[in-house]
Design a protein around this ligand. Sequence first.
Ligand SMILES: [Zn+2]
Ligand SMILES: [Zn+2]
Length: 387
Amino acid sequence: MNATPLSSSNQRKRFWIPTILFASTGLLALTAVPIYGFVYGYHWYQWLAFAIFGALCSFSIAAGNHRLWSHKSYEAHWSIRLLFILFSAAAMQNTTLNWCASHRYHHQFIDDNNRDPYSAGRGFWFSHIDWMMHEYPSSYLDYKNVKDLQRDQLVMWQHDNYVPIIIAMNLGLPIILGIITGDVLGMVLLAGVLRLVVNHHTTFMINSFGHLWGRRPYKGSISARDNAFLNLFVFGEGYHNYHHTFQIDYRSGIRWFQYDPTKWLIKSLSLVGLTYNLRVAPPIQVQKVKVEQLFKQAREKIEKIKDKESWQEILESEARGFAKLLKNWKSLQFLRHGEKHGQPPSEWELTSIQTKIQELEYGLKMQGKRLKILIGKIRPNEGAATP
Ligand SMILES: [Zn+2]
Ligand SMILES: [Zn+2]
C-alpha cells in the first residue's frame, strides 16, 4: 500500500455538485421522509415503487455498470442494456463511462493511494464517499481504459445526455407515478429521495466495508474481502475478494448457496436469450488459488510456534503434492490445445482430458480440506504442538 502523506480533506479542493447532492438527499432522507410519514403516512404502493425502483437501480449498477460494462463478463440484448443504462443513470453514480473508467482503475491499481480512485488505504470515509467530494491525485480520468466503451452507442448516449436523463428518471418518473396514484410528494420522497440515498450508500459500502471487513479466501495480498453480511444489502456484490481475484466471472458468489441475485438475474436472462456468452473462471483455477492462499496461511501460522519442524515437514509434503498436481494440469492443458502432438485432440481425447482435469480439481479440493484442518490444529504460542 502506498504511504503517501495525507493532508486533511478540508484542505483539498471540494467538488461541490456531488457534495450538495449527497448532503441534500441525505438530509431529506433523515428529515422530510420520516416527518411526511408521521404526518400523512405512506401507502403500500409507494413502498412497492420504492422497492422496485431501488432494485432496478441496484441491478443496473451491479449487472450493468459493473459486471457487463466494466468487466465484460457477459453480453446482453440491447433492450437489457437500455434498461441498465436508464436505471444506472437513475442511481446517480456518475455516467456509466465514468463509473467504468474509475472501476477499471480500481481493479488495476487496487490499494495504490495515488491511482486507485477509491483506495481503501486512505480509510473508510475516503473509500465510502469522500473520493467523490474532494480532489485527490486519483480524481481525474484519462479514459484510456474505456476506449471500447467509447464505441458503445448506448453508453455514449447516456454520457452525452446525462443531466436530462437523470432529471427524467429521478424526478419525472416519481412525479408521473405520484400523479397516477394521487400523492406526488409521498412518491417523490420514497421512490425518489429515499430510494436514491439507500442505493447510494449500499453501493458505496462495497468500496468501504467490502475492503475493510471480511475474509480473504482467494487473495490475501489485497484489501478486498468476502463479507456475507454486507452481501445481503448489495445484491450479491459482497463476495468482493473473489470478484477482485476473478473479475471476468459473471458471478460473485460462486457456490450454489451463496446469495447472489445479480448472478441469478444474468443466468435467468440467459435462459430466454437476453444475455449470452456468460464467462466463468475455470473451477480448477479457483481451487488452485484457494489452495495457494491456504498454504500461505499455514506457513504464517507455523512461523509463530516454537516447535515448527514436524508441521513444516507435513506442509512440505503437501507442497510437493501440489506441485505435482500443477505439473499434471499443465501437461493436460498442452494436450487439450494440441500443443504436444501438433494436432488437435480427438473428441474422445478431449473427453478424457476433461475428466482428468476434474479429477485434479477434486484433488485440489481435498488438499484444501486437509490444509484447513492442519491450520485449525496448529495452536500458536503453545510451544510443543504436534501434528
Ligand atoms: Zn469489479
Ligand atoms: Zn473493490
